[in-house]
Design a protein around this ligand. Structure first.
Ligand code: ZN
Ligand code: ZN
Ligand code: ZN
Length: 343
C-alpha cells in the first residue's frame, strides 16, 4: 500500500477513530485566512500582565515576587471543589451530573518574554517537577480522580496571556479523551496481554520514519494517525503510568526532550510556535492502573507557514479529521530542524 500518493484512512488505536489522509493534495493553493503575528519582542517584565511577579491579578490577589515557578488557584476556575453532588436523568436522554474539581495555573518563569524553548534546561526541569508535584497534591484530594496538565501556547490556541504558563485541572471523573484511551488500552491488554503504547513505540523505533527526537528515556514522534499537520506525541520509553512515577534521570531526560521539541517547532517557521499540549496519565483514584502509559500530545495548528493554519471544519466536523501532508513528511521536516533556537 502506498501511503505517500493515494488517499487513505489511518486508524488511531488509542481513540478507536479514523482519519483521512490526502497526500496528493499538498500543493493545493491557499487563498484563505492569514493569521496576524504577535509582536516579535516582549519586555521581560510587563506591569499590566497578571502573571508577572508582584502584579495584581484580576481577582484582586497579588502575585509574590517569585523567582522560579509559581502555582496559584485559577481566579476564574472552570471547576469548583465545593459543588454539591447532584444528578439529572430523564429517560436516559437528558442526563447531567455535578462535577467537583480544582483549576490551577503554573507560571513557568518570572520572565514575561520567555517560552519553554527560551528557558535554560534547569528551569524546564523545575517545571517537570511541578507537573509531578501538582499531580500528587491534587490527586491526593478525596474528590479528585484525574489530574489533567495542559498548556495552551499562543493567541492562535486561545492563550489569554503570553506569559509562559500552563494549567492543571483536577476533576472528579476521568475526562472524555483519556477515558477513550483507557478503554482502548484495557481492551488491548485483555486481547494481547501487553501495553498498546509499548508495542506501538517498539514499531515506531523500528520504522524510524516518524521519529523526531529521542534520548535515553523519552521519544518524540509524529504519530501514524496524526491529525494536526505537525502533531507529535512524547512517549516515556519505560512503561509507567504517571508524572510522579518519573525518576530523577527521567525528569532530566523529559526536560531535554521538551526543550528540543519546542525549539524545533519554533525553528520550523521561524516563529514562536503555537500549540495545545497535555499529559495523559493514570487516573488518581487510588486504584492500580497497570494499563496506563505516560505520554503527552502536542497539537499545533500551523500548516505551511507562520501565518497559515489548519482549520478543523466541514468534513472534519461532520465526517472525520483529514490531513494533506503525511505524518512521515511532517516528521522528516521536524527531524531536519536544529536543536539550537534561531530568533
Ligand atoms: Zn508576565
Ligand atoms: Zn506501556
Ligand atoms: Zn493520550
Amino acid at each position: 500500500m502506498n501511503l505517500f500518493t493515494q488517499p487513505h484512512r489511518r486508524y488511531n488505536p488509542l481513540t478507536n477513530e479514523w482519519i483521512l489522509v490526502s497526500p496528493h493534495r499538498t500543493d493545493r493553493p491557499w487563498q484563505g485566512q492569514v493569521e496576524k503575528l504577535p509582536p516579535e519582542t516582549r519586555p521581560s517584565y510587563d506591569p499590566t500582565c497578571y502573571l508577572c511577579p508582584g502584579n495584581e491579578r484580576a481577582g484582586g490577589n497579588r502575585n509574590p515576587e517569585y523567582d522560579s515557578t509559581f502555582v496559584f488557584q485559577n481566579d476564574f476556575s472552570a471547576l469548583l471543589p465545593d459543588t454539591p453532588s447532584e444528578k439529572l436523568d430523564q429517560r436516559g436522554l437528558l442526563r447531567a451530573a455535578s462535577e467537583r474539581g480544582l483549576c490551577r495555573v503554573i507560571c513557568f518563569s518570572p520572565r514575561h518574554d520567555w517560552t519553554l524553548p527560551d528557558m535554560p534546561l534547569a528551569d524546564i526541569r523545575r517545571v517537570v517537577n511541578v507537573w509531578a508535584e501538582q499531580t500528587i497534591e491534587l490527586g491526593a484530594m478525596s474528590f479528585v480522580n484525574y489530574v489533567q496538565v495542559f498548556e495552551n501556547k499562543g493567541a492562535m490556541m486561545g492563550a489569554s496571556n503570553p506569559h509562559p504558563h500552563c494549567q492543571v485541572w483536577a476533576s472528579e471523573r476521568v475526562p472524555t479523551e483519556p477515558a477513550k484511551e483507557f478503554r482502548s488500552l484495557l481492551g488491548y491488554r485483555d486481547e494481547h496481554g501487553t501495553c498498546l503504547v509499548c508495542d506501538y513505540l517498539a514499531l515506531e523505533l523500528k520504522a524510524g520514519e516518524r521519529l523526531v527526537v529521542q534520548n535515553e528515556h523519552f521519544v518524540a514522534l509524529v504519530p501514524f494517525w496524526a491529525v494536526w499537520p505537525f502533531e507529535t506525541m512524547v512517549l516515556a520509553r519505560r512503561h509507567l503510568g504517571d508524572l510522579p512515577g518519573l525518576d530523577e534521570a527521567e525528569r532530566d531526560a523529559l526536560a531535554d526532550i521538551v526543550k528540543r521539541l519546542t525549539t524545533r517547532y519554533d525553528n520550523l517557521f521561524g516563529v514562536s510556535f503555537p500549540y495545545s499540549m497535555g499529559w495523559h496519565q493514570a487516573p488518581a483514584d487510588g486504584e492500580i492502573h497497570a494499563e496506563a502509559h505516560l505520554h503527552a500530545h502536542y497539537y499545533p495548528p500551523l500548516l505551511r507557514s507562520a501565518t497559515v493554519r489548519k482549520f478543523m471544519v466541514g468534513y472534519e466536523m461532520l465526517g472525520n479529521p483529514q490531513r494533506d501532508v503525511t505524518a512521515e513528511t511532517a516528521a522528516e521536516r521536524l527531524r531536519e530542524m536544529s536543536d539550537v533556537l534561531y530568533r
